[in-house]
Design a protein around this ligand. Structure first.
Ligand SMILES: NC(=O)c1ccc[n+]([C@@H]2O[C@H](COP(=O)([O-])OP(=O)(O)OC[C@H]3O[C@@H](n4cnc5c(N)ncnc54)[C@H](OP(=O)(O)O)[C@@H]3O)[C@@H](O)[C@H]2O)c1
Length: 348
């Protein structure tokens, strides 16, 4: 395969204040790197836009490594091996990993993936479309599976509330809770999203949270949608949305804190409710979740999810942008709720 003479990369041009702007990113041309001994060159087919990337743009990250100005944006990719000096990988095979927002990436073939390490995993296109390795069979899938089943242990008949319910993680978490026999209520920002999760994914109820201008107003809608109170809260958003849900926990409720997207794009963080009263009175458990703690068990989730996709119990939806130059726009759109299901950027 003849390679082009440039590798286009997306770099951080400025640190965003609040919601990122397209001018916070730049497209940089670099030469395509030559793989050294033991290395391979990967041509990106899809890039992934994930909320965690936003946190890396801060001058001080609360988790993970800070990205410096001018550095290539750290992010996940699935692509094809186009050159290989590593006997473990053949040209033509597909791999997924934290190989960043660029058209071509070098990997040393390492498989270490914890804590944002750039280790790669092989992807078999015979099992599922390769881009599923960035979504339902990738870190979002592993997150939904273990944050729900391991951290919350939902039981049939229990009420499960999922925020950001039409996104990559939330749409899967809700479907998994339905498979478990739960009553599932999802929150999302548009009618198209609430219709999708109730009509197509089988959620029992959906709340368009944009109709409410405060936690107190949202709590009224939550009470109406969850007459038996909430046994499991799968929290993808934090902020005022979580504060409109937490006061309605049931006794012995489990809350898993998966994301904080309401706060991540705010220059000034919202003040939150004091959790002691509703956690104590309800004997509730609130647990933080980071997907990398489950990397060693990821195949367990992938195999179960792949089986449920095949049996029709899990439906997959993607929002796909095209061309590396549109990656920042797609990322910003995802942060603003422009995606339904997994946000991807297709390059090939
Ligand atoms: N802890 C972990 O290890 C881990 C791993 C993966 C993901 N996550 C977290 O899980 C959450 C979902 O991730 P994802 O990849 O599945 O993303 P996603 O839900 O597919 O996309 C992000 C969604 O966030 C919602 N959103 C954005 N700003 C919001 C705001 N101010 N208030 C309420 N909702 C807002 C939007 O949905 P609406 O249009 O419905 O508002 C948007 O579609 C994120 O918080 C992410 O950081 C955590």
């Amino acid at each position: 395969m003849t390679l082009p003479n440039r590798n286009r990369q997306i770099v951080l041009a400025a640190r965003p204040e609040g919601m990122p702007k397209e001018s916070d990113f730049a497209v940089k041309d670099s030469p395509i790197p030559e793989p050294g001994p033991g290395e391979l060159l990967v041509r990106a087919h899809y890039l992934s836009a994930d909320p965690f990337q936003r946190m890396r743009f801060e001058a001080q990250a609360n988790y993970g490594k800070v990205l410096q100005l001018g550095e290539v944006i750290r992010g996940r990719m699935v692509g094809e091996v186009v050159r290989s000096n590593n006997p473990g990988y053949k040209v033509g095979e597909f791999v997924e990993g934290m190989l960043n927002w660029q058209e071509y990436a070098i990997s040393d073939g390492s498989t270490a993936r914890a804590e944002y390490a750039p280790g790669i995993a092989k992807v078999d296109p015979a099992i599922a479309p390769i881009q599923y390795s960035l979504g339902v069979l990738g870190f979002p899938g592993v997150t939904a599976y273990f944050a729900l089943f391991d951290c919350c242990e939902p039981k049939p008949g229990e009420t499960v509330v999922v925020s950001s319910a039409a996104g990559a993680v939330g749409s899967l978490a809700g479907q998994l809770a339905k498979i478990q026999g739960c009553r599932v209520v999802g929150l999302a920002s548009t009618k198209e999203k609430t219709d999708w999760i109730t009509r197509d994914l089988g959620f029992d109820a959906a709340i368009n949270y944009t109709k409410y201008d405060s936690s107190e107003a949202l709590l009224g809608a939550i009470r109406a949608a969850c007459p038996e109170r909430i046994n499991v809260f799968f929290d993808n958003t934090g902020g005022w949305i979580a504060d409109g849900i937490l006061p309605h926990l049931a006794k012995n409720a489990r809350v898993v804190v998966v994301g904080n997207i309401v706060q991540n794009n705010r220059a000034v963080k919202e003040k939150r409710l004091d959790p002691n009263s509703y956690i104590m009175v309800n004997r509730a458990t609130m647990r933080g979740f980071i997907v990398y703690d489950y990397e060693h068990r990821a195949d367990e989730a992938r195999h179960a999810i792949a089986r449920w996709i095949k049996s029709g119990h899990i439906k997959v939806r993607e929002t796909v942008a095209h061309g590396i130059e549109n990656t920042p726009k797609a990322f910003i759109s995802m942060l603003n709720g422009g995606n339904i299901g997994k946000q991807l950027i297709k390059l090939v």
